[in-house]
Design a protein around this ligand. Structure first.
Ligand code: FES
Length: 111
């Protein structure tokens, strides 16, 4: 698997639910597993359009869309993104498929 990009929404709704702090904690938990920062990059994203289901996190190129993420879910997400474990199914499939599809189109297009 090549490098993964993990996008944490920092739009209004998600950040009200604590996504900015969650993003920092995610980075802290990934760091020991990827000390050189070559496997996983964590970035903020302005809004995925699934605001009511936040906190939302997406993983590319896996195309995994995590919703209603809480701090207690981070260890399982870290297993996925930094240790190549299967995606955390309980956090997927919450937003509508067309919302997901649009995000994959955006993330797939070079910018
Ligand atoms: S604010 Fe996070 S998906 Fe819109």
């Amino acid at each position: 698997m090549s490098e993964r990009l993990v996008y944490v929404c920092d739009g209004g709704d998600c950040s009200e639910k604590g996504s900015v702090e969650l993003c920092e904690k995610l980075k802290e938990q990934i760091a020991p597993l990827d000390p050189e920062g070559t496997k996983v990059k964590v970035r903020k994203y302005p809004c995925f359009g699934g605001c009511e289901h936040g906190i939302n996190i997406t993983v590319w190129p896996d195309k995994v869309f995590y919703s209603r993420v809480q701090e207690s879910d981070l260890p399982a997400i870290v297993e996925h993104v930094a240790k190549d474990a299967p995606p955390v199914q309980r956090l997927t499939g919450v937003v509508k498929p067309d919302v997901e599809g649009l995000i994959w189109q955006l993330l797939d297009s070079p910018y």
